[in-house]
Each structure stands twice: as structure tokens, then as C-alpha cells.
Design a protein around this ligand. Sequence first.
Ligand code: AP5
Length: 221
Amino acid sequence: MNLVLLGPPGAGKGTQAKRLVDKYNLVHLASGDILRAQRAASTDLGRQVAGYMDAGELVPDELVTQVILDRIKDVISCQQAGGFLLDGFPRTVTQSQDLDSALEEARSRIDAVLDLCTDRELTISRLTGRRSCPACGAVYHLSSIAPKVAETCDRCGGKLVHRSDDTEQVVQQRLEVYQQQTAPLEQYYQQRGLLRQIDGNLDIDQVSRQIEQVLVELAGT
Ligand code: AP5
């Protein structure tokens, strides 16, 4: 099963992805995580994408698409996982078209696009309060999912960080960019019969239950 998680910054894509990959043995391909790892390793790509990410702009398609498509091809050719879960990719219509072409060539396809529809004000408060662990990837929130010890990961003891693009000003810009460049994908996938809308405003367990429902329906078709 190959899935795409769509939704604005702070909709809860990463949070739901962690649950889904364990349950369905999927490979989690999160474009933001992949780009942040390139930055942390100071690669050429990492240096090229840093300015765009810090400003809340999308990285140009030509820098991001091939990196993700190569990972997808690896997953398909290994045949060890139950499929892949895309989180943060595609983000433009051009990325979607390139993804479709690559999957067609590999005789694969997307089974569903889970669209976490979430109100703007809620996503802003989720992101400005988010703290992440760069060591193990755990995600917290200062008020709703606070770590037991301030600024410290419960799971691995790593020091939590506030992402540089999670300030209110940059989050506002990311939301604008989402509306302009990524929201048109809803229509793109609606026309292909793949879009499944999920209420992302609900609590984490309620969102998970809606997704489960969709996946059960999908398995029955
Ligand atoms: P990326 O890292 O992909 O960021 P994003 O899409 O903006 O998504 P986030 O990670 O901010 O949010 P999320 O939906 O995963 O929320 P989370 O689960 O963490 O991209 C960053 C940048 O990289 C982009 O701006 C761009 O520059 C570049 N980039 C990446 N991909 C690209 C591409 N394909 N093309 C071009 N550029 C690209 O949850 C957020 C918080 O809310 C957490 O604290 C969590 O605990 C909490 N929370 C989650 N769900 C709930 C809930 N249901 N109720 C209450 N709290 C919740």
C-alpha cells in the first residue's frame, strides 16, 4: 500500500505517519526530514536548500524531486516493506506529475491521498509550540504533549529543538505558500479518485481513527 499524506504545515502529518509506518510496515519518506538531514550533514544539497527552508519557501522542484523519486524507486525495488508513505511530497502539481510518471515507469501507483484538513489558527499554535528531537525524531508540544523534563526527549534523552521555521512569522509564510502551491493538489487527486479528506482539527487519536476507517474501506475495495 502506497500512501500520500497531504495537509498544511502543522496538520499532523509527521505525527500520524509515525503510527502508520509501524502498523502497516511502510517506509516513511518525509521530504522535510530528508532535506534537514542534508543540512545537518552540510552536503551541497543541504547548503542549497537552507535559505528556502528558513524563509518558509518551497525548495525548487529540481532540487527536491529526484532525491525523493530515487528513494521511492529503492523502496519499490527492495520489495521488503509493505509500501511507502509520502509525507511532504508532492507539494506542487509538477512534483505530482513527476511522481506519477516515475510510478508508472516502475509499474506502481498511489493507493490513497490522506488530506488532513486543519484550521489555520490551530496549525499556528501547534507549530509555535512544537519541539522536536533531532536525535530520534520524537515530536512534542509545549502544552499538549510536554516532555517530562524541560527541553529533553523522554525517549532518548536528546536535547529538544524549536525548528528554525516554526516561528510565527515563518509559519504564516509557509501557510501562504501551502495555499498557493500545494492546495491545488487536492483537485489534482480528487480528479483521480484518490483524495480522502480527514478532519485534522480533532485530537491525535481521533484523527488516527478516521485514517484507519479509510484504510479499512480501501482494503475492502
Ligand atoms: P516539512 O518538514 O515537510 O514541514 P511541513 O509540511 O510544513 O509540516 P510540518 O512538519 O511542519 O508539520 P506536520 O504536519 O508534520 O505536523 P506534526 O505532526 O509535526 O517541510 C519543511 C520545509 O522543507 C518546507 O517549508 C520547504 O522549504 C521544504 N520542503 C519539504 N518538502 C518539500 C517539497 N516536496 N518541495 C519543496 N520544498 C520542500 O505536528 C505539529 C505539532 O502539532 C506537534 O507538536 C504535534 O505534537 C502536534 N499535533 C499533531 N497532531 C495533533 C492533533 N491532532 N492534535 C493536537 N496536536 C497535534
